[in-house]
Design a protein around this ligand. Structure first.
Ligand code: PEP
Ligand code: MG
Length: 755
């Protein structure tokens, strides 16, 4: 008989040969277990593979009864094998039967084997199966043997991941790798996206697992490790991160890991056992991840992400991987999966092909989410662990309405979502047909339908939605997605571009509305206990007049020869508005003194978001050329509910009597003073609330572009005079029992108005 022993290197060499041979998968597996058993001087070697139904099935064995193959099975967490798979940890036992988890499977005939060594078959920290060796004699396996078995398990992980075992999987069953999973997250943008996974940081697939020359591989590792350390030092010394803050903290942690001797030792050990440098990185990464996934401490879990990032960087160094090429192989319907990403990175993707974004982290206010919203794609955030579960090219559904991500969905689920998407597309078609129809109500009132925007990616929507202009341009978004403060000329170019793309339709620029939940990383104010009521928007602008004047000047220059509308956010007292107007006047004088062109027409307005202005309405309208109601903030401050706190934000109805009475007072003041009043908060975007707004006197509204169609469809069938009468009665009724919302629904249904 051939001597099969000879240490892990020999074993891996044999395995390499076996992998290269044109064998049927069962035959290959059988030979693999025979090799391992022989090499490790074990009487038994078995492979269990995890199926999609959570069962570990015996796929091959040397030593146990052959009849048990594809018959013996254990549930995840059951028996020694199930425990290993569930914990992703090895078990090394000299007397397996005495372990509390031991479970006797009579068909295998394993009762005569006392010692047991089992390791999880891991891929990106997930268990795909279990590899076991057993001996009759009671013995403890040495650390080297454990290490060798773990290394061997990588080869099996590769075999499972490539789908080779599909052929020998019982009909009707799937392996765990292809299991359908649903992950819950937070909704960051509504909508449904169907498509295929694109991992933002593609996992580098290491196909060259086994080395020919360990010393050479150790040298390669040392070189790449050296470059990695240098690149981190380089990042740390760059000026833009050398300030205090989280970014620096993360890099310091990277540096610590990159110099961690424990890590290097483990990598070298794996190489000595026969792996290539990149396979060693993958193995150690997978082991570490499996161990750390069970941690509950959020700080340590965060460090795990850092470690993973670093290991990925090292893999890129070793494989010479130089980044994603979007052109080749990018799906027509892409769902981007990322742990976190920058806004600019999202903009690098071919926009027309991106259907959804799934983030493990993020917040509604993160820049990438702001950009994704502007792009109109469905976004889910805080989807824990989703990246490790996905493979490039997997089918995926992002349900931004319900906050779910469905990975590798079952056919019936896929079909029902396809139906939903088709239904929406049909509706969109109907709305598109209304694009050229004048927004005039049934009783002849013309309504100004405008859209909200903030980035250049929004602009194409102007023509697509048929909006007559931009009623709110949130200029802070340009600042929020930049890594440094946009310079005067950058601001000017940006505004000029916006006006150019608006092609003559009016644009109302709002001056910087930062502070509160709108964080600009390079502009740190003080920690505030209550940022919504803090140093923000116009308050900050007035205290930093240089910033405001730069912005005003950029707008004036960009709009030379055309019309310009500017408005100021979060005004509390009319005097603030007057102070900004003075600064604006100074800028106008300055520019004309130096011979610059000026806007043909300049209008200056105020946003009404702070309740104090409700008792200054006439003064306000005298001081402003127009007024725009920011209903998101006005509602938040009027009802004392934090708009970003899901526990309270929906507590009171936006169509309740108190808030609608406030809004009616504002439109009445507008009529009295002959001042145009627009409403540009979320309230304008829902057909039912837009209908209420028209009923209390609004004739101008601004909303997200996707809402223009539905709102227009509503107003075309609306008799505003009839509704106004009804609304006045409803709001003046001090003993009402029916809610205004119900009254509105009834009105709409009896008048055939689509809501
Ligand atoms: C608002 O507050 O309603 C508004 C339109 O401004 P923002 O949502 O940007 O605060
Ligand atoms: Mg606001």
């Amino acid at each position: 008989m051939r001597d099969l022993s000879g240490g892990p290197r020999v074993l891996l060499k044999r395995l390499r040969e076996l992998m290269a041979e044109p064998l049927e998968p069962q035959e290959r597996l059988d030979r693999i277990v025979r090799q391992i058993a022989g090499n490790m001087v074990a009487e038994v070697c078995s492979v269990y593979v995890l199926r999609a139904d959570g069962v570990l099935e015996l796929y091959a064995t040397e030593g146990l009864n052959k009849e048990a193959v594809h018959l013996s099975q254990l549930k995840m967490g059951q028996g020694l094998v199930g425990t290993i798979a569930a914990s992703a940890q090895p078990l090394n036992l000299s007397d397996a039967q005495s372990h509390p988890a031991f479970r006797y499977l009579p068909e295998t005939g394993e009762e005569i084997y006392h010692s047991f060594l089992g390791v999880p078959i891991l891929r990106t920290g997930r268990s795909l199966g279990v590899l076991v060796v057993q001996n009759k004699a009671s013995r403890n396996y040495r650390d080297e043997e454990l290490e060798a078995l773990e290394t061997t398990a990588m080869v099996l992980a590769e075999m499972i991941a490539t789908g080779e075992l599909k052929k020998i999987t019982k009909p009707g069953l799937e392996l765990d790798l292809t299991r359908a999973v649903t992950i819950d997250g937070d909704t960051y943008n509504e909508g449904i996206g169907l498509g295929y996974v694109v991992l933002h940081e593609p996992r580098i697939v290491v196909t060259n697992l086994l080395n020919e020359d360990s010393d050479k591989e150790i040298r390669r590792l040392a070189e790449s490790m050296g470059s990695l350390r240098l690149s981190i030092d380089d990042m740390l010394s760059r000026r833009d991160v050398s300030m205090e803050g989280e970014h620096r903290e993360v890099l310091e942690t990277y540096r610590m890991f990159a110099h961690d001797q424990g890590w290097v030792r483990k990598l070298e050990e794996a190489i000595r056992n026969g792996l290539t440098a990149e396979a060693a990185v993958e193995k150690v990464q997978s082991d570490t991840k499996a161990r750390m996934m069970r941690l509950t401490d959020p700080y340590l879990r965060e460090r795990m992400h850092d470690f993973e990032d670093l290991a990925n960087r090292l893999l890129r160094q070793l494989t010479g991987y130089s980044g994603r090429t979007t052109a080749d192989g990018f799906p027509n319907d892409a769902i981007i999966f990322a742990r976190a990403m920058g806004a600019a990175e999202l903009l690098d993707y071919p926009r027309a092909n991106v259907r959804g974004l799934v983030l493990e982290e993020g917040a509604v206010t993160s820049h990438v989410v702001i950009v994704a919203r502007a792009m109109g794609i469905a976004v889910i955030g805080q989807a824990a662990g989703v990246v490790a579960l996905a493979e490039n090219g997997d089918a995926a559904i992002v349900d931004g309405d319900e906050g779910h991500v469905h990975l590798r969905p079952m056919q019936d689920l896929q079909r029902s979502y396809e139906e939903k998407v088709r239904f929406r597309a049909r509706k969109q078609e109907q709305f598109r047909a209304l694009r050229a129809v004048e927004p005039v109500t049934k009783d002849g009132k013309r309504i100004a339908l405008q859209m909200n925007a903030g980035l250049l990616v929004d602009l194409p929507q102007l023509a697509e939605s048929g909006a007559e202009g931009i009623g709110l341009f949130r200029t802070e978004l340009q600042f929020m997605i930049a890594s440094t403060m946009p310079k005067a000329d950058e601001q000017e170019t940006f505004y000029r571009n916006v006006l150019k793309q608006a092609a003559g339709r009016p644009v109302t620029f709002r001056t910087l509305d930062i502070g509160g939940d709108k964080v600009v990383p390079y502009f740190r104010g003080h920690e505030e206990e209550n940022p919504a009521l803090g140093w923000r928007a116009i308050r900050l602008s007035l205290d930093r007049p240089g910033l405001l004047r730069t912005q005003l000047r950029a707008m004036l220059k960009a709009a030379a020869g055309t019309e310009l509308k500017i408005m100021v956010p979060m005004v509390t007292e009319v005097s603030e508005l007057k102070a900004v107007r003075e600064l604006l006047q100074k800028e106008v004088q300055h520019l004309s003194r130096f011979g610059h062109g000026l806007p043909r027409k300049l209008q200056f307005g105020a946003m009404l978001e702070v309740p104090a202005l409700l008792w200054q309405l006439d003064e306000l309208m005298e001081a402003a050329d127009f007024v725009s109601v920011g209903s998101n903030d006005l509602f938040q401050f009027s009802m004392a509910v934090d708009r970003g706190n899901a526990r309270v934000s929906d507590r009171f109805d936006t169509l309740g009597r108190p808030f609608l009475r406030i809004l009616r007072d504002i439109t009445r003041a507008g009529e009295r003073n002959n001042t145009t009043v627009t409403l540009c908060g979320e309230l304008a975007g829902k057909p039912i609330s837009a209908m209420a707004l028209l009923g209390i006197g609004f004739r101008s509204v601004s909303m997200s572009p996707a809402s223009i169609g539905p709102v227009k469809a509503m107003l075309l069938g609306l008799d505003v005079s009839a509704l106004s009468k009804l609304m006045d009665e409803a709001l003046d009724d001090t003993h009402a029992t029916e809610s205004v919302r119900d009254i509105l629904v009834r009105f709409a249904s009896s008048h055939n108005i689509p809501l």
